[in-house]
Design a binder for this molecule. Structure first.
Ligand code: NAD
Length: 346
């Protein structure tokens, strides 16, 4: 993030009902209404929550711009002190405070689920403001974003497979999926159905039961990361790609839905120097947000939403091509594309 303040506005208020700090950062509305999830998380110092809101809202601007969405970036963070017990009653008050903060921005920003919040919480927020997405299907929303995120990651994988082996079919491709949660398991099922050869891993040993249905081989997460495969698919938490792990990697490419995969930004250059394609996580994982925004904020059909999610394949193919052409990393090509789209916005 730049050292200069480059957000359009940041609202920080003490929630009237919850008495907790509610932070809404609107980074950009150049391309359209700013969007970004509501993070309900514990912080030792509320200013760490502010730093998260600033960083994550800027990330949403880039994510929407590269995905070709007519939206900008924003984020809500409710910074819960470590000593506070977040019971059902307090949670309800928090959601009402968030709804009022979002409503006060008069449509500049819409919120959705993030770490610590769910589609049900969005329904509660939706009782006080229309500027919310990913409500449950029975409440008129698009519901759980994991299936669309998995589908979008599959599209990104196709582009990389094409680049590596001249075919977009994943049949016979060797992949290591690290993390069998909501997205990882769905993605592994799609890959297994297409005949990919899968290694799967998770820190939760109970997930091992899934290997049978997937026809996959179970390995420890560390082994999964450094396995000799075509494509590594990080689908757990962030920060797994460290400077130390880069020399150990034996994959040709890394494409996965996990957020913030790089421990530090310079790892993108190290991967590039090792000849490993790394598709930025915010590009590969955009399916969920593309689906929700297309259906809920832009009132498109499920079919249109699916087509836009599948178009991630073209986005990634174009980025790999641009990276080659300009002798830059795919990460640099993605941020250049985002900047171009923002610069040309009217
Ligand atoms: N759910 C979405 O629509 C969505 C959208 C964009 C990005 N993402 C990102 O994708 C990733 C997965 O999301 P999810 O919704 O499936 O989460 P999840 O919590 O359902 O699943 C995460 C899985 O990773 C496992 N895990 C945690 N640490 C691990 C480790 N060190 N090694 C191996 N496994 C580990 C957990 O046991 C769990 O099974 C997250 O980084 C999330 O931020 C998700």
């Amino acid at each position: 993030m730049s050292a200069e303040f480059d957000h359009e506005q940041v609202a920080i208020r003490t929630g009237l009902r919850s008495d907790l700090p509610v932070i809404v950062a609107v980074h950009s509305t150049k391309l359209g209404q700013a969007v970004g999830g509501c993070r309900l998380w514990r912080y030792a110092d509320w200013r760490d929550g502010l730093a998260d809101a600033l960083r994550l809202s800027a990330g949403m601007t880039a994510k929407c711009a590269v995905a070709g969405l007519a939206n900008g970036g924003g984020k809500t963070v409710v910074a819960v002190p470590e000593s506070t017990v977040l019971d059902v009653a307090l949670r309800r008050k928090v959601l009402e405070d968030v709804a009022d903060a979002v409503a006060s921005l008069n449509g500049a920003y819409a919120t959705g689920p993030d770490v610590g919040t769910t589609p049900q919480d969005m329904a509660a927020i939706g009782e006080r403001t229309a500027h919310v997405f990913c409500k449950p299907e029975e409440r008129g929303g698009s519901g759980d974003s994991s299936p669309a995120t998995a589908l979008g990651t599959l599209a990104a994988l196709r582009a990389v497979r094409q680049r590596l082996h001249g075919t977009s079919a994943l049949t016979g491709a060797r992949l290591s999926v690290v993390g069998l949660g909501s997205v990882g398991l769905r993605l592994a099922r799609l890959l297994a159905a297409e005949g990919a050869e899968l290694l799967v891993s998770d820190i939760d040993p109970a997930k091992r039961e899934r290997t049978g249905e997937l026809g996959a081989t179970w390995v420890a997460p560390d082994e999964g990361l450094t396995a000799d495969v075509d494509i590594l698919v990080p689908a757990a938490l962030g920060g797994t790609l460290t400077k130390q792990i880069v020399p150990e990697l034996r994959c040709a490419a890394i494409v996965g839905p996990a957020n913030n995969q790089l421990a530090t930004p310079d790892v993108a250059d190290l991967l590039h120097r090792r000849g490993i394609f790394w598709v930025p996580d915010y590009v590969a994982s955009a399916g969920g947000v593309i689906n929700a925004l297309t259906m809920e904020l832009h009132h498109g059909t499920a079919h249109e939403a699916r087509k836009r999610v599948e178009a991630i394949e073209h986005t990634v193919a174009d980025l790999l091509h641009a990276a080659d052409h300009q002798q830059v990393t795919p990460a640099q090509a993605a941020s250049q594309l985002a900047q171009r789209r923002l610069d040309t916005a009217t």
